[in-house]
Design a protein around this ligand. Structure first.
Ligand SMILES: [Zn+2]
Length: 89
């Protein structure tokens, strides 16, 4: 399988508090982002396709619901409790 490890080209950020796609500020060197609108860390990110389907975001009319790969393409859904889990290598 081909795993796309490209940069943040196709990645979007979704604030679960604002319930929409938002701009974010990166926090430190970790994969933690804060919402520019409300400042929460409750931000999920992934490919546009995965985020849109996962959170049922209706932003572009051309996005159609696909029931093939549900949550598999979601890269990460950071929560406030991920820091300790990351320490494990
Ligand atoms: Zn927000």
């Amino acid at each position: 399988m081909e795993e796309s490890k490209s940069n943040t080209g196709n990645v979007v950020f979704y604030c679960k508090d604002c319930e929409k796609i938002v701009d974010t500020n990166k926090v430190g060197s970790k994969y933690v982002y804060t919402c520019k609108l409300c400042g929460t860390k409750n931000v999920a990110f992934g490919t546009k396709k995965s985020i849109f389907s996962f959170f049922h975001v209706q932003d572009e009319p051309e996005v159609k619901p696909v029931e093939v790969s549900k949550t598999e393409e979601v890269i990460a859904i950071p929560t406030e409790s991920t820091e300790e889990e990351v320490a494990e290598k």
